[in-house]
Each structure stands twice: as structure tokens, then as C-alpha cells.
Design a protein around this ligand. Sequence first.
Ligand code: FES
Length: 158
Amino acid sequence: MSDFEPRITAFVCNWCTYTGADLAGTSRLHMASNVRLIRLPCTGRIDPLFIVKSFERGADGVIVSGCHPADCHYSSGNYHARRRFAVFHDIMEFIGVDPRRMTFSWVSASEGAKWKDVVNEAVSNVRELGPFEAYRALAPEAPAGEADPAPASTEAAS
Ligand code: FES
């Protein structure tokens, strides 16, 4: 059995998914601990370049998640994001990234259980694919002490 523990970066909107992820935590739901959250005001703020940079900086997979359609705090940010990522998804293979390394989802503030499922499924998919090394050589050297340590285990505190 491989010791590979995927590193997953999750870009989440402040108003829905971040709160849903917090709910999953406070509800003590059991989920993989491989995900590092980056909270942004809205999915409409997420530039696809952030995803490419994540892969450069050591991510093996990326999750993008925000409010359900029609629930965006800024009215239409998630519609912009949906269009942007539909296009980005199509060019991923062209730029050398297996699209299974990316997960796009809608998770509301009351959907802690759904967030748990999104995380567990993304980690499972990326674990199957193995480490993603292709972009790491492109990243500039991280200053000493800034490297993100690999997750220690998939077991969440319960
Ligand atoms: Fe959540 Fe726009 S505020 S997607």
C-alpha cells in the first residue's frame, strides 16, 4: 500500500462553503484531513491562475466551491465562476493536468455533510492518480521555512 497522502488546496467562498466546512468541523464529521482551505469573498474572485499556481506550489488536487446558483452573496459571482471553470476544465488536459485532479462544487452554509463528501471524494480521486509533479519544477524556490508540510494522515480528529 502506498504512503501517498494527497495535498489538496480548496478555494472556497466566505459566505457558503467556508461556513459549510466550518459546520462539518463543528459537527465533528469524519473526513480526510488533506485539504487546506483558502477563503475568498466569492468564487467569482477565483482566477484560474490560482489553480495553476497551486499545482506549482505542491498541490496534487484542487477544489473550488461556493454558493449554489442563485445564492451568491454578490448575485452573480458564481455564474461567472461556473463559466470560467467550464472553459478552464476543457483546457486542463491541454496544459497537462488530469481534470480529475480538480473538483468544482456548490456547498451551502448548511451542507456540512456535503462538504465532507466533496472532500473525501476529491482526496480519494487524487490518491488514485498519485502525486502531481509536473508543475513543481516551474515554481520558484520557496523561502526557507515556508514549505507546506505534507499531511500526516487522512484521519480527521473525531
Ligand atoms: Fe459565495 Fe459568490 S459569495 S459564490
